[in-house]
Design a protein around this ligand. Structure first.
Ligand code: NIG
Length: 381
């Protein structure tokens, strides 16, 4: 069944051949985009939806979330707002609650957040394990994530579980744990940071994952400068995420690599860190993605629109850069060419704003502007 979306006031395609069009139309055929171009030459379709001059863009690609979890960390957030610094130690609280939860509770919580994101225009979402930290708990997190999310990342190396010996835990992650999850995940990640995993431990985890054919991602440079970015680039990771504290050498290494710098502005705000240096990265030529980092500790939001508005208002990204980074940039961070773009053959992931242009995402911050959403060809809003 083909759907013609017409009356598009502004169409952001992210397709270099088409660019941004005014007075445009799109045709969706099942789960794919069949056509994109000027409304005057649109082909006929079975159904017609007139969006009456609104802006249309690809659905958000949220390439960094941690949504397989149970429990609540409101008290930690309140303490942080009262001046207590974020140290990532609260991860252990979520680990305890996650281990206690049933499979059905974890799946329902994940589904609830993915649906919440979809209602706000997120049509492709990555999520991670990392709140289990035993072989059985990581394996079930990976299985549950795979039933709901588009992309799943193994993050057994999120934190050394309280009471465990770090080197023995890394042995477990690199051996039995990776074996247990490798069939259910596409990616592996490590939290390379003081207080989590050091450079040597991080490299061991990433190399063991690469040997099993998994793609690599890194949590790096979140709480201070460190080896995360360098390691990610050296090992050819698809993305290094956070990048809040970067040396000039980190920026240069990213600019000269295929590793995407994924910035998480909602997390920087919620943890009272400086905002990541988007302008430095972009001006140096690095590829930047924006993601929500939705998780119960450091960034409890699924709103990509909030991230885009923050990137424009406070990180000096242009609206075009921010929208690209939250769509095509996320796709690059996941090494996908079928999402974050509206061209024939791409996934039918479409976001209609209740506004005439994407500029309104920053011009009207905090206003819920999502009017309609198609995900994989299905109308979800
Ligand atoms: O990306 N940095 C490590 N992991 C998460 C935090 C998770 C948590 O605090 O529960 C992050 O911010």
């Amino acid at each position: 069944m083909a759907v013609l979306i017409t009356g598009i006031g502004e169409l952001t395609t992210n397709d270099p051949e088409r660019g941004r069009l005014t007075d445009a139309a799109l045709v969706l055929d099942g789960s794919r985009v069949a056509w994109a171009g000027p409304a005057s030459s649109a082909p006929a379709a079975d159904e017609r939806v007139d969006v009456e001059g609104r802006a249309v863009l690809p659905g958000w690609v949220d390439s960094h979330t941690h949504l397989v979890f149970a429990g609540d960390r409101t008290a930690e957030f309140e303490a942080r707002m009262a001046g207590k610094p974020y140290t990532a130690g609260g991860i252990a609280i979520t680990v305890g609650a996650t281990r206690e939860a049933s499979d059905a509770q974890l799946a329902a919580n994940l589904r609830r957040h993915v649906d919440e994101a979809a209602r706000q225009g997120t049509t492709c979402l990555e999520t991670k394990t990392g709140y289990g930290l035993t072989v059985a708990d990581e394996a079930r997190s990976a299985r549950i994530a795979g039933e709901v999310a588009d992309e799943v990342t193994f993050l057994g190396a999120h934190l050394v579980p309280p009471g465990a010996d770090a080197e023995s835990y890394v042995d477990l992650v690199c051996g039995e744990m990776l074996d247990a999850v490798a069939g259910s995940v596409r990616w592996a990640d490590v939290f390379c940071e003081t207080g989590a995993f050091d450079e040597a431990q991080s490299a061991r985890v990433l190399k063991a994952a690469a040997e099993r054919g998994l793609g690599l991602r890194v949590h790096g440079n979140q709480l201070g400068e460190g080896p995360g970015v360098r390691l990610a680039v050296e090992l050819g990771a698809a993305s290094v995420d956070h990048c809040t504290y970067l040396s000039d050498a980190d920026v240069e290494a990213l600019a000269a690599s295929d590793t995407v710098a994924t910035l998480l502005p909602a997390c920087d705000l919620s943890t009272r860190q400086p905002l990541a240096p988007a302008r430095r990265l972009l001006d140096a030529g690095a590829t930047v993605a924006l993601a929500s980092n939705a998780n119960p500790g450091s960034s409890y939001t699924t709103s990509m629109a909030f991230c885009v508005a923050t990137a424009v208002l406070q990180m000096r990204m242009t609206i075009e850069e921010a929208v690209w980074s939250a769509t095509a940039g996320g796709a690059k961070a996941l090494r996908r060419t079928d999402v974050g773009v509206l061209r024939p053959g791409a996934r039918a992931d479409v976001h209609v704003l209740d506004a005439p242009s994407v500029t309104h995402l920053a011009y009207r911050p905090g206003v819920p502007l999502t009017k309609m959403v198609w995900r994989n060809g299905d109308r979800v809003r």
